[in-house]
Design a protein around this ligand. Sequence first.
Ligand code: ZN
Length: 200
Amino acid sequence: MIHPGFSALLDATRSLHATQTALRGFADWPDDLIPQEILPFHVPAADVMLADQALRCPEDFRQVLQAVLAAASVAVWRETYKDTSIGDDFMRRFGCYCLIGDGGAVISGKMAAYVVYMPAGLDYPWHHHPAEEVYFILAGQAEFQIEGQPAHVVQPGDAVFHASNVAHATRTTDQPMLALVFWRGDLATGPVLTYPKVLA
Ligand code: ZN
């Protein structure tokens, strides 16, 4: 059985996937989803997200945004960069939990899906991973940088593709950003920081 705190988010994400060509084109909705037991793990960024009054989204994404917030209290929040040089501020304020995959309510061999939250005024420095990735912006605004491309600002409804092992970085300024992030390919290898590159 799917964890009750996650079933609304899974349904809303599936509906979103069905209506967004960028997501449908990236990967089919997985047909191999298996529910799994999860033990909630809380981080300070979960509270930052739940208290963030500036997280606004278009009507189309309101249902999925509400489901993201509702699942926050039962999610297994990740500490991807815990033992790196990323710094305390990032560890306190950057939020990510898994929906499909390791630590998520369901697991698939074909796709992983995450919630990524960044409050206003946060730099997510250059990082990379072998999986191919799509960010789908639900709320807020952020500047994305991809190695070899000019930086661009994204809004709700925009999708950003990251190729395998190509470094990318994200920065918020006066607004937070909330995104659903989908992976295909190597789902087992996590992201690592791409030092010595720094945000321009
Ligand atoms: Zn990435």
